[in-house]
Design a protein around this ligand. Structure first.
Ligand code: SF4
Length: 251
């Protein structure tokens, strides 16, 4: 997950462990560039880590034995609040992979008065529907074919579009994020944009952060993609993002 139009506003991040796509729900072992592969965050895919880690703004690392209660998460969100907190980001892994815990956590956070921002791979529309009334913002993935995340990649994209429609109809400010690579096909960007235009959803195009052999598109390719998207969605509904936290060396 990560990236998006609201990134310049400061969010507190709650990172859920486990991801259905990474665990093979679509016949492959996740996106080729997933952080869980080869290195530091295996919990992005694997559920049930032994402990919860809290990193404070002063870089303290605190550990608590799992499982924890949703009220515990809300209590820590309140303790770590600062006036520039725009929203609480629910990210992963895949937050919707733990629908019961996510719903209870979202309710606890709402009761504390926080705005909620969901970052999801979009592959579980029924789970998204269940918490739609609690969300303010959502960044929903459209997985590009070059991610290699699914045997039936078109089916995955259709589920993602369904999630976007459900959330948009519920009044959530939702946008689609597509991570593009040097192997992304123009016809696919056109397909996503055409479908998104039918449900009035903006698109955010994010060049992949080089990893596991994946390379970002050239500047020229990127311009071709944004132009194609704008042809369907209008220039005001097309944006670019990068993984700013990686450039800044933060979580
Ligand atoms: S959806 Fe996210 S967490 Fe899941 S495999 Fe892809 S990059 Fe990893």
């Amino acid at each position: 997950m990560g990236g998006g139009r609201y990134r310049l506003k400061r969010r507190r991040i709650i990172r859920f462990s486990g991801c259905n796509i990474g665990l093979g729900a679509f016949g492959r072992r996740g996106c080729g560039w997933c952080d869980s592969k080869k290195r530091k965050t295996p919990h992005a895919i694997k559920p049930n880590p032994d402990y919860l880690k809290i990193v404070t703004p002063t870089n303290e690392n605190l550990r608590f034995v799992n499982p924890v209660e949703p009220s515990f998460i809300a209590e820590w969100a309140r303790r770590l609040y600062s006036p520039d907190t725009h929203a609480i980001s629910l990210t992963g892994g895949e937050p919707l992979f733990q629908p019961e815990f996510l719903a209870s956590t979202a309710e606890s956070l709402k009761n504390e008065g926080f705005k909620l921002y969901l970052e999801t791979n979009g592959s579980m529309p029924a789970h998204a529907a269940r918490i739609s009334h609690l969300l303010d913002y959502c960044c929903c993935d459209i997985k590009d074919e070059s991610a290699g995340a699914a045997e039936n990649w078109r089916k995955l994209v259709e589920l993602e579009l369904e999630t976007i429609k459900i959330l948009s109809d519920a009044g959530v400010a939702v946008f689609a994020k597509v991570v593009v690579t040097s192997n992304t096909k123009l016809e696919n960007v056109e397909w996503y944009s055409r479908e998104l235009s039918r449900i009035n959803c903006p698109i955010c195009i994010q060049p992949v952060t080089p990893k596991n052999g994946y390379l970002p598109p050239s500047f020229q390719q990127l311009c071709i993609f944004t132009e194609a998207a704008a042809r369907y969605l209008g220039s005001e509904n097309v944006s670019l993002s990068v993984q700013t936290h990686k450039f800044l060396g933060i979580l």
